[in-house]
Ligand binder design. Structure first.
Ligand SMILES: *[C@@H]1O[C@H](CO)[C@@H](O)[C@H](O)[C@H]1NC(C)=O
Ligand SMILES: *[C@@H]1O[C@H](CO)[C@@H](O)[C@H](O)[C@H]1NC(C)=O
Ligand SMILES: *[C@@H]1O[C@H](CO)[C@@H](O)[C@H](O)[C@H]1NC(C)=O
Ligand SMILES: *[C@@H]1O[C@H](CO)[C@@H](O)[C@H](O)[C@H]1NC(C)=O
Ligand SMILES: *[C@@H]1O[C@H](CO)[C@@H](O)[C@H](O)[C@H]1NC(C)=O
Ligand SMILES: *[C@@H]1O[C@H](CO)[C@@H](O)[C@H](O)[C@H]1NC(C)=O
Length: 750
């Protein structure tokens, strides 16, 4: 009986514990106690990041919030304390006498941390952990009145619903700051913030001073780099007092976090329940070595990592332990001091030598010196014991005093070259090194002159080696073989139609003939003199579709002939008009039927299957069978037209891209297309290939089978990302329930 009673007691306690989400003036929190949000999503308590690492004898504890149901423990917030907590049993998190939430060291009767806001004297307060991951200091009588929210004071994690704010009156930006190392939440060297100078862009900085990445300006609804539009909505609010960014997940069931990592990169990670792990959705800057000074002084970054950091020749890691935790900022130290340091009076020219490091990104903070040869440049460096390296190339002589930071190996970009690193001669006696790499000192008679030159040159500061760090990887290459195509434009001549003919055919573009309207312009129905029915796409004068896109569409469609591609009948480019004329499709576009509850019954399974097959045939022709290799780029239900017999025809080649024969993928910087249909690698990184269309085709097939619009309809405020929805059903084993109900009346033929 005793064990059972014990079990019941335990159970009772657990239930009691999970029920509590509040710290009140009478129920402080200490030791092993936790509070858990109502939906059991987040837990708050004392947490020690080291408890799993090596010897836990001297663990340090932090007040932290973590995901209740994710292992290993993943924190989203920690209270920043100057004084470390080593014994949580004598430390309490409680409501203080002034209404603030405070962390008290009871053994020494002192406050370690406080929310530090003004609470009206009349109000008594409680702290509540919410399912959003926020710890809110709220009024005890009305918990929707809040005075402070942890989600608005983020540490290294920006959660959905949190704000990153620039306070315009104080000019202070809310910052996301990296951890010191993987087990130490105290502030590290990297931070993300809204540019305090008001440029409406995010910047990542090193040590509060050097910014090595910018998001680019916020442009209505995205950055230069789209930050996961497939998953989240980012919103920018700008008023007189503050501007801030806010984001939310399109699907609340997605567990996702945005962090600035120990490695100096920002990352979006998503929890995959199936594989029980965090999956990296995107990171910026994409190349680890673009993080400024990642490897610390005399460390050199290698993009083929991990490990990304190595010490340069003649140096070794200052603090080995930290490197194991990915904190490289301690950098490296010289194995053997330079001769000029140990024995400054010795003949300087006999002692130190130079080791040539080829193809490196040269370190930051070089100084220009006046020298007409590599040897003169070397002499300038040798003369001053604080000079650690030099380089000499067609742009002149540059020397480095003090620590070398931001070096990168195997580098061929801007600001690269050969660095001559100063080392004590004994470091270079290593026989395996080729002699050409070692440059001995030259005894020069012109030394005195050079010293003067060197001093003069100190005034000639040149800082030409830094801009590159602001650039971002992933270049835009245009490989369109476009000129070949323009030569072909003559072939359209036969397609030219008169404006007057079209006016007659469409009743002067009359309202009654209108078939549809979009951002691009309008589509009218018309009848040519020979009785042929046509669809006339009249682009707005200021259409987004520029002349370039129009021509690309024209040439493509004119050259492509396939029963599953829409057939271009003619074009008209008179009087500033841009008009495309297609064969008329009596059943219009697929979306007008598929997503219309009244009409969707017209599409029985046989017809839907025919449509899927037809679109696949059209795509195969685009990729393999036509003379060009074409990525459509905007495949979606509204671009599939249906003829009288429901044969599908792919239309709208305005965004199509042409590949060279042996080319299979490319990168674009401008993300164009329709969200929800874009493949993740395209939406996130601008990479596209025929696989991009295959992704869109997959989404289209899901739409056809389920009868659901991928990106929500105009009248439903809820956004459905169909791919996720289907995946959920699929994982639960009941995907069959998603089949369009209007198909039930028409069972599948065997
Ligand atoms: C500690 O390690 C054990 C096994 O190594 C693991 O099961 C547990 O989840 C870890 N705990 C934390 C807090 O990471
Ligand atoms: C703790 O410190 C506060 C002021 O900081 C003081 O008012 C209080 O008396 C102290 N309590 C004890 C038990 O020393
Ligand atoms: C609680 O405060 C909110 C916001 O101030 C207010 O809208 C609501 O009516 C209050 N509820 C009660 C029960 O007082
Ligand atoms: C960061 O900057 C501070 C002063 O702004 C300076 O004292 C410190 O040395 C810098 N840290 C590193 C690693 O350079
Ligand atoms: C993490 O960084 C801190 C501060 O730099 C350092 O004291 C600590 O030793 C590091 N942690 C480990 C386990 O090395
Ligand atoms: C060496 O260079 C440092 C830094 O530029 C300068 O302060 C120092 O005076 C120089 N020493 C000599 C001996 O020229």
């Amino acid at each position: 009986m005793a064990p059972l009673a014990f079990l019941l007691l335990l159970l009772g306690q657990t239930l009691l514990c999970t029920a509590v989400d509040t710290i009140s003036s009478t129920t402080p929190l200490s030791g092993e106690q936790r509070i858990v949000s109502k939906g059991n999503k987040f837990t708050l308590g004392f947490y020690s990041p080291q408890s799993n690492a090596t010897s836990s004898s001297s663990s340090t504890y932090y007040i932290a919030i973590w995901y209740s149901n994710i292992l290993p423990v993943t924190t989203v917030w920690t209270a920043a304390t100057d004084v470390l907590v080593s014994d949580p049993t004598t430390t309490v998190l409680a409501i203080g006498s002034d209404g603030n939430l405070v962390l008290l060291d009871q053994s020494r009767n002192r406050s370690l941390w406080s929310t530090n806001v003004r609470v009206p004297a009349s109000s008594s307060t409680v702290a509540i952990i919410r399912d959003s991951g926020s710890l809110d200091l709220a009024s005890a009588s009305n918990s929707s009145v809040t005075y402070w929210k942890s989600i608005e004071h983020p540490t290294n994690t920006w959660l959905p619903g949190g704000k990153l704010t620039l306070d315009k009156t104080t000019g202070v930006s809310q910052r996301l700051v990296s951890w010191r190392n993987n087990t130490n939440p105290s502030p590290g060297l990297f931070s993300l913030e809204l540019d305090p100078s008001g440029t409406q862009q995010f910047i990542i900085q090193w040590n509060d001073s050097i910014s090595y990445w910018t998001s680019g300006r916020w442009n209505r609804n995205s950055f230069r780099i789209p930050l996961a539009p497939e998953m989240s909505n980012m919103q920018f609010v700008d008023n007189d007092d503050e501007s801030y960014f806010l984001y939310s997940m399109k699907d609340d069931s997605i567990i996702s976090r945005f962090i600035i990592d120990v490695s100096g990169q920002i990352k979006q990670l998503t929890w995959m329940e199936i594989s029980k792990q965090w999956v990296l959705f995107w990171s910026e800057p994409q190349a680890q070595c673009e993080v400024y000074a990642l490897c610390g002084a005399y460390g050199s970054c290698n993009s083929n990592g991990p490990p990304y950091c190595n010490c340069v020749k003649g140096f070794s890691q200052k603090i080995q332990n930290n490197w194991d935790l990915q904190d490289y900022s301690g950098g490296c130290k010289r194995n053997t001091p330079l001769q000029c340091q140990t024995n400054p009076r010795s003949a300087h020219t006999q002692s130190d030598m130079f080791f040539a490091m080829e193809d490196v990104r040269l370190p930051d903070n070089s100084r220009g010196a006046v020298a007409t040869s590599s040897q003169e440049c070397q002499m300038i460096c040798l003369k001053n014991c604080s000079c650690n390296a030099y380089t000499y190339d067609s742009t002149g002589c540059f020397v480095w005093h003090g620590d070398l930071v931001n070096l990168q190996e195997q580098y061929s970009g801007d600001g690269g070259g050969t660095l001559l690193l100063r080392l004590v001669a004994s470091e270079l006696s290593d026989p395996e090194k080729s002699k050409t790499a070692i440059i001995g000192p030259v005894v020069g008679g012109v030394a005195a002159v050079l010293v003067i030159l060197a001093i003069v040159s100190l005034f000639l500061f040149r800082k030409c080696r830094r801009n590159k760090t602001l650039q971002i990887s992933g270049g835009a290459r245009t490989n369109l073989r476009y000129n070949d195509l323009l030569d072909d434009i003559q072939s359209i001549d036969s397609l030219l139609l008169d404006l007057s003919t079209l006016k007659v055919a469409t009743n002067d573009f009359g309202e009654g003939n209108m078939l549809g309207k979009g951002g691009f312009g309008m589509v009218h129905k018309g009848v040519l003199p020979d009785g042929k029915q046509i669809a006339v796409k009249r682009l707005c004068q200021n259409s987004r579709q520029g002349l370039g896109e129009l021509k690309s569409e024209l040439v493509l469609v004119a050259k492509l002939r396939h029963r599953n591609l829409v057939n271009l009948i003619g074009v008209c480019l008179e009087e500033q008009e841009k008009i495309l004329v297609y064969e008329f499709m009596p059943n219009r576009s697929l979306d007008t039927i598929l997503f219309d509850s009244g009409r969707s019954k017209q599409l029985d399974w046989g017809r839907r299957f025919k449509i899927i097959n037809g679109v696949a045939r059209g795509l195969q022709y685009l990729y393999e069978d036509s003379q060009l290799k074409i990525v459509h780029h905007d495949l979606k239900a509204s671009n599939i037209l249906l003829d009288f017999d429901y044969n599908p025809k792919i239309s709208d080649f305005g965004l199509a891209k042409i590949f060279g024969g042996d080319q299979s993928e490319d990168v674009t910087r401008r993300i164009a297309g329709t969200y929800g249909y874009m493949s993740p690698e395209y939406a996130m990184h601008g990479q596209y290939s025929t696989k991009s269309d295959a992704f869109s085709f997959g989404v289209l097939v899901l739409e056809i089978v389920t009868g659901r619009r991928n990106n929500g309809s105009c009248n439903s405020e809820q956004y459905i990302y169909l791919v996720n929805l289907v995946w959920e059903y699929w994982a639960r084993g009941n995907a069959i329930e998603l089949i369009d109900p209007s198909l039930i009346d028409h069972p599948c033929p065997n």
